[in-house]
Design a protein around this ligand. Structure first.
Ligand code: SAH
Ligand code: SF4
Length: 343
C-alpha cells in the first residue's frame, strides 16, 4: 500500500525500476492523485498491478448531502479500524475534514467520537491518503457548487491530532511538501493538548490552529472536556499565544453551543474577553446532538442571542454552518450508526 510507505522509501515498492519511475509514482500519489493505480498512465502495467491496493482503506459507506455539495466517507483499514472524512464544496473553496485517529480517547461529553472511545492512532500515510483520495475524487468527479481542486484541509474529523503528534507532523509535511497544499489552508483543531500546541509552534509550517474552547471558566469546561483537568484554560491560552506569536497566525476558537450549559450571557462575555485578548476569531457551532448524550442545541433564537451578546462584548464571532446534518456528518456520527461501540 504505497501511501503507507514514506515518500523517500517508495523505491522499495518498485524493485529493479529506474529512479524516474519512482519519481513518477511519487507524483501520482501526491501531486496529481488518481483513484486507481490503473490510471497512472505512464507506468508500465506490471508496475501498476503491483501497487494495488492503492488506498490504505476501503470506502465502506459514501453518503451525499446538501444536494451533492457534501460527501462523507466511512473508511475501513485492513485491520478493521474505521474512521471518517467529509468533503464539502463552497463557492470559493472545497474543504476536506479528515480524521487523525480511529476514535478518540479524550471523552468530550458532547462528541460522538469521544463517546465511542479510542481505537488506534492513524498513520501519517492514512491521513495523507484521505487528502489524496479527496483530491483524486474531486478531479474525477467535482462536487457541484465548488472548485474541482482540494483547497482546504481541516483536522476536525475523528480524533485528537495533537495526541498523535509524530504521525500528524509527517502528515502535515506530506500535505505541504508532497501535495503542494498551502500551509495556511490547513487547520489543526485541538481540544487543548498543551505540549502538542507548543511543538506545533516550532514546526516550519504556518498552519492555522483551532482551539476547541467551548467554555470560558474551568468548571464548565471540565464538565465538557475532561482534558481541562490536566490542562486548564489559562495554560491552554498561554500555549495558543505562543503559537500565534511564533507563527504570526491568528488562532481560531471553536465553541460548540449547548443549551443551558455554555450559552449564557456570562459565557458570551467570557468568550468575548478571551477572543479579544488573543485577537482570535471565534466560530460558534450549534451542537449536533449525539445518541449517547442528553445535551441539546439551543433554539435558533438563543443561538442568535449568544452571538449578539458576544459581539456586543467585542468578539469577532461567526455562526458556523453545520454542513451535512442530514447525513450524520458531525464528528463520529456515521460510524456510531454503522457499528456499535467495542467491548
Ligand atoms: N479533537 C479535536 C478535533 C476533532 S473534533 C478537537 O476537539 O478540536 C472537531 C470539532 O468538532 C471540535 O471543535 C469539536 O468540538 C466539534 N464537535 C464535536 N462533537 C460535536 C457535536 N456533537 N456537535 C458539534 N460539534 C462537535
Ligand atoms: Fe476527541 Fe475532539 Fe471529540 Fe473531544 S471533541 S472527544 S477531543 S474528537
Amino acid at each position: 500500500m504505497p501511501y503507507l510507505t514514506a515518500p523517500d522509501e517508495l523505491a522499495a515498492l518498485l524493485p529493479g525500476e529506474p529512479t524516474y519511475r519512482v519519481r513518477q509514482l511519487r507524483e501520482w500519489l501526491y501531486r496529481s492523485p488518481v483513484l486507481t493505480a490503473a490510471a497512472m498512465t505512464n507506468l508500465p502495467a506490471a508496475v501498476r498491478a503491483r501497487l494495488e491496493p492503492l488506498w490504505p482503506f476501503t470506502v465502506e459507506v459514501e453518503q451525499e448531502g446538501d444536494a451533492g455539495r457534501t460527501v462523507k466517507w466511512l473508511l475501513r483499514a485492513a485491520d478493521g479500524a474505521s474512521y471518517e472524512a467529509v468533503l464539502m464544496a463552497y463557492p470559493r473553496r472545497t474543504t476536506l475534514c479528515l480524521s487523525s485517529q480511529a476514535g478518540c480517547a479524550m471523552g468530550c461529553a458532547f462528541c460522538a467520537t469521544g463517546q465511542f472511545g479510542f481505537e488506534r492512532h492513524l498513520q501519517a500515510g492514512e491521513m495523507a491518503a484521505q487528502a489524496a483520495y479527496a483530491a483524486a475524487r474531486l478531479r474525477a468527479r467535482p462536487l457541484p457548487g465548488g472548485p474541482p481542486r482540494l483547497g482546504n484541509v481541516v483536522f476536525m474529523g475523528m480524533g485528537e491530532p495533537l495526541a498523535n503528534y509524530d504521525n500528524l507532523r509527517e502528515a502535515l509535511r506530506r500535505l505541504v511538501e508532497e501535495m503542494g497544499l498551502s500551509a495556511r489552508a490547513i487547520t489543526v483543531s485541538t481540544v487543548g493538548v498543551v505540549p502538542g500546541i507548543l511543538r506545533l509552534a516550532e514546526e516550519p509550517w504556518p498552519v492555522t490552529l483551532a482551539l476547541s474552547l467551548h467554555a470560558a471558566d474551568d468548571d464548565t469546561r471540565a464538565e465538557l472536556v475532561p482534558l481541562n483537568r490536566r490542562y486548564p484554560i489559562d495554560d491552554v491560552l498561554a500555549a495558543a499565544r505562543r503559537f500565534a506569536a511564533a507563527k504570526g497566525r491568528r488562532v481560531t476558537l471553536e465553541w460548540v453551543l449547548i443549551d443551558g450549559i455554555n450559552d449564557t450571557p456570562e459565557q458570551a462575555r467570557g468568550l468575548a474577553g478571551i477572543a479579544a485578548e488573543l485577537r482570535a476569531h471565534a466560530n460558534v457551532i450549534p451542537l449536533n446532538p449525539t445518541p449517547l448524550s442528553r445535551y441539546q442545541a439551543p433554539s435558533p433564537e438563543r443561538v442568535q442571542a449568544f452571538i449578539e451578546q458576544a459581539r456586543r462584548a467585542g468578539a469577532n464571532v461567526t455562526l458556523r454552518d453545520t454542513r451535512g446534518r442530514g447525513i450524520d456528518a458531525a464528528c463520529g456520527q456515521l460510524r456510531s450508526r454503522a457499528a456499535s461501540p467495542p467491548g
